[in-house]
Design a protein around this ligand. Sequence first.
Ligand code: 13P
Ligand code: SF4
Length: 311
Amino acid sequence: MNLIESIKRLRKEKNAVILAHYYQTGDIQDVADFVGDSLALAQWASKTTADVIVLCGVHFMGETAKILCPDKKVLVPDLNAGCSLADSCPAEDFAAFVAANPHHTVISYVNTTAAVKAVTDIVVTSANARRIVESLPADTPLIFGPDRNLGNYINSITGRQMLLWNGACHVHEQFSLEKILALKAQFPDAGIITHPECKQPLIEVSEFVGSTAALLKYTIDSPKQRFIVATESGVIHEMQKRSPLKDFIPAPPNDSSCACNECSFMRLNTMEKLYECLKNESPEILVDKEIREKALKPVIRMLEISERLGL
Ligand code: 13P
Ligand code: SF4
């Protein structure tokens, strides 16, 4: 069976749209209707006229699509595709943190469960977090969760003192600064480009910090010919497609015996599972109605502010 043709046929038959994150494998990115970062995935989900959304990404991305489109069927090829960052923020604990700081506006990274979004005032992604924080009055006390690295980074560039949740992503935290600096010494012309979920010492030696879409754009616009890419290595597929003559070096992890710069959750999705999921219309993402209705408000707020800011 030709998987690509079968997926395309089923997509048409079921009036489905396939949305893929840059951290998916290249074959999934190539068959998708849209490939983007977390913000773009939410924006596309909010606008699609398809009956079925297949979210090739992780669980929270499917939940965000379901929160925005409760009447559509939202599928994720492998329901076990979780997220260590979302897992680092259990909803009850986060709700207690929020309750203990009642005068704070609560900003949550999109990498959270629907239950965490339900106790949030504004959702952000790495593409809009800085601009959204800057759009709020300077004297508004803020809570930011769950990514401590992104929170620290935003505090450092905005001068805010947001209260931070102590969570992190296991992929972005494990890059080896020592090995990256050794690579930079070997290839002095290479630009180090980094996702803001990475630790501060790596961010400090980077010439550009941004969301996956921003990193991609930077590699297209920059006159540089070589980049050390400190984020999940799946994004290099699109970077290489857009700039075939440039050289992209995946930032090495601390542990050289593992492929730790690949997100094991993202990589649970495969072409076979994508085909099966379209065929069976399963596994489906479902979100409790009460939680979904509460979580919708901060997601819509993010989309509205992003539109106003031209993001
Ligand atoms: P962005 O899609 O905002 O770049 O975030 C990366 C990520 O870790 C998604 O899980
Ligand atoms: Fe979550 Fe990190 Fe994987 Fe993104 S790369 S889905 S933040 S575990």
